[in-house]
Design a protein around this ligand. Structure first.
Ligand code: NAP
Length: 259
């Protein structure tokens, strides 16, 4: 299937590794030029080189923290009017809400709610003017089925989800869609860091905890980032103009509800 994206431009935030990197790679395979951002130079440059060599598109790496105003300005300077915007940032740490103060909450809200809202604010009107735009926010399965130790994530991402529900109905008439993808357990550095933290807490090995989590999942495995990236590319496709305001759970069937 040709997704009709050849020659378009995308900003993919937090894209040197994991799910962001997979979204950038899937879009690049469809002929999209990508601006990718992350805070650490080495992995970002490696990813930029890999995507450019593998797909032949133009890849611009920007070293930036998208949770900050300066970081977002640097990304937008590299691509002021993208056709596609994928919002992403690192997830907040786990813990007990009794230990979090205002600064902890502000950090989580900056990274997992406001960074996406300000990137959208900077790009959505030009998208509407030209009659094409696709915005995807990477959130979490925890938005649908909250995880008690990830209260910062549950709270900040639910705020973003509520905001998107309203805005996405205001942009679709100009062929600008805004959707969220909610990952369950995907085989990335973030997942392995969470597994190691859980193993320490439970006095088990990381392998034991990882095996238990794989077994609990109806698919019997973790998701592969490429599966996530390809879903993102479809949501960004020319064909997906009637899809907006949705929360796409991709979790191997882990969420047990009918709807
Ligand atoms: P990952 O493998 O740890 O990759 C995170 C990427 O984001 C890296 O490239 C990192 O590079 C970049 N990054 C983090 N914070 C950034 C910031 N403030 N500004 C710019 N770049 C930033 O994580 P992942 O598994 O892909 O997760 C992506 C998102 O999905 C996270 O919010 C995570 O909480 C959420 N999620 C993941 C899973 C899962 O199972 N993987 C499940 C549910 C939700 P630098 O560190 O160099 O900046």
């Amino acid at each position: 299937m040709d997704l009709g994206l050849k020659g378009k431009t995308a900003i993919v935030c937090a894209a040197s590794k994991g799910l962001g990197r997979a979204c950038a790679h899937s879009l690049a395979r469809e002929g999209v030029d990508v601006v990718i951002a992350a805070r650490t130079e080495g992995p970002l440059m490696d990813t930029a080189r890999f995507i450019a060599e593998d797909t032949g598109v133009k890849v611009i790496p920007v070293i930036a923290d998208v949770a900050t105003e300066e970081g977002r300005a640097a990304v937008l300077a590299a691509c002021p009017t993208p056709d596609i915007l994928v919002n992403n940032a690192g997830g907040p740490p786990p813990g007990d809400f009794r230990d979090w103060d205002r600064d902890d909450w502000i950090k989580a809200i900056d990274a997992n709610m406001l960074s996406a809202i300000f990137m959208i604010k900077a790009t959505v009107d030009p998208m509407m003017d030209k009659g094409f735009g696709r915005i995807v926010n990477i959130t979490s399965a925890a938005v649908k089925a909250p995880n008690d130790i990830l209260g910062l994530s549950n709270g900040a991402r639910s705020g973003l989800t509520g905001f998107i529900a309203g805005l996405s109905r205001k942009t679709v008439c100009r062929n600008v869609t805004i959707n969220n993808i909610l990952p369950g357990p995907f085989d990335t550095d973030r997942l392995h860091a969470t597994i190691e933290a859980g193993a320490k807490q439970q006095g088990k090995t990381a392998e034991e905890v990882a095996n238990a989590r794989r077994t609990q999942n109806p698919a019997g495995r973790f998701g592969q980032p490429e599966e996530f990236g390809d879903l993102c590319a479809y949501i960004c496709s020319a064909q997906a103009g009637y899809l907006t305001g949705q929360n796409f759970l991709i979790d191997g069937g882990a969420y047990p509800g009918t709807f």
